[in-house]
Write a protein that binds this ligand. Structure first.
Ligand SMILES: Cc1ncc(COP(=O)(O)O)c(C=O)c1O
Length: 388
């Protein structure tokens, strides 16, 4: 199994920075804001109150109740606390859901572009990814016709990720309804990764796949977490909600694998999900991301041979740069996204992630989890480098 390539780029950029080079990094997969103080304070209070011992392996009942309330309030979904498991980050939620559901030889429909972790976690569960290639013209979203064509007798799971990493797109309620209709009458389970739900732009409305219909609710595992919404990537808090049978299976696995998520972090999570000031704090971060999304996409589109759909969610631009493939820049032949990203970092000191590990070699991924000044500086460097 290859290491996570998104982490590899960040490591290389850090190495150059350590040599004193002024690198602009668009590699980050985490918000550049600090965790809000009211959440940190809750963790300190919990620590001081001695919340330093084991909790139930699937998370405290208080936190599972707080998640159930959040899902009712924000997503219109009814879950009992037993239908919810708290995981060690969103990544762990995805891994464990696949381990619980998939068997050797099962097929998983995976829309391309995809988050780098999905193909590896599918492989780890012994299953086989069936890639469905979405079109640039459709903002990299798959169509109901494509989904229908990809279904076989062996299909056990569909992985949906909206808002999407790396694509920066969000499925509309209508598009989700159409996809849900294709699955009616099948036994396919949908793993809906909704970790970027609060980061939507330009009037986009987020809707959970599970809330599309009763049929969708019954077949969906919602994967979510606190990492992106509350800028809590280091706290390792994710959760999964869905059919009791699957959540219980995940709980059994978790009880042998990791046991509970960090005890005092769970108290902080309750605070994040229930504190009345939380929505305003989250909204402030969202507004900042929205400004950057528009600015970055417009700038990218003004560069010759770069085509970027304006993001409607998450914090990534995913432009097609393939018009530049086949060129030689400063003596380096650019054959694909890996060459492009390497040469850009070495020659212009801008770190981006190649699209190849996301299944789209025509593209590169730029995170806008950095300041507007950095975005401006980095994109000017890219433009200058490409017009050489
Ligand atoms: C689509 C997607 N899902 C899940 C995660 C996992 O987040 P974490 O494990 O940090 O909670 C990420 C992180 O980059 C992501 O981009």
């Amino acid at each position: 199994m290859p290491p996570s390539e998104t982490l590899a780029v960040t490591a290389k950029a850090k190495q150059l920075k350590a040599q004193g080079i002024d690198v602009v990094s668009f590699g980050a997969g985490e918000p550049d804001f600090d965790t809000p103080d009211f959440i940190k304070d809750a963790a300190v209070t919990a620590l001081k109150a001695g919340k330093t011992k084991y909790t139930p392996a699937s998370g405290t009942i208080e936190l599972r109740k707080a998640i159930a309330e959040k899902m009712k309030r924000d997503n219109g979904l009814d879950y009992k606390p037993e239908q919810i498991i708290v995981n060690i980050g969103g990544k762990h939620s995805v891994y464990e859901a696949m381990q619980a559901v998939l068997d050797e030889g099962d097929e998983v429909i995976l829309p391309v572009p995809y988050w780098v972790t999905y193909p590896e976690t599918i492989k780890l569960a012994g299953a086989i990814a069936q890639f469905v290639y979405a079109d640039r013209a459709n903002s990299y979203k798959i169509t109901p016709q494509q989904l229908k064509k990809a279904l076989t007798k062996k299909t056990v799971m569909l992985v949906l990720n909206s808002p999407n990493n790396p694509g920066g797109f969000t499925y509309t309620p209508d598009e989700l309804t159409q996809l849900a209709k294709v699955l009616e009458g099948t036994d396919v389970i949908v793993l809906s990764d909704e970790i970027y739900e609060k980061l939507v732009y330009s009037g986009t409305k987020f809707i959970s796949f599970a809330s599309i219909s009763k049929d969708a609710y019954n077949r969906t595992l919602v994967s979510n977490g606190l990492s992106k919404t509350f800028s809590m990537t280091g706290w390792r808090l994710g959760y999964t909600a869905g059919p009791l049978e699957v959540i219980e299976a995940m709980g059994r696995l978790q009880s042998h694998m990791t046991s509970n998520p960090v005890t005092f972090a769970q108290d902080a999570a309750i605070k994040a999900l229930t504190c009345p000031i939380a929505p305003d704090v989250v909204e402030k971060m969202r507004i900042e991301f929205e400004k950057r999304a528009r600015f970055m996409a417009q700038k990218l589109n003004s560069i010759k041979g770069v085509f970027c759909t304006e993001p409607t969610g998450a914090f990534y631009c995913f432009p097609d740069v393939s018009e530049h493939y086949g060129r030689s820049i400063n003596g380096t032949k650019i054959g694909g996204s890996n060459d492009f990203a390497n040469a850009l970092l070495e020659q212009a000191y801008v770190a981006v992630v190649p699209g190849q590990p996301f299944g789209c070699d025509n593209n590169i991924r730029l995170s806008f989890a950095c300041s507007l000044e950095q975005i401006e500086k980095g994109l000017e460097r890219i433009e200058k480098w490409l017009t050489k």
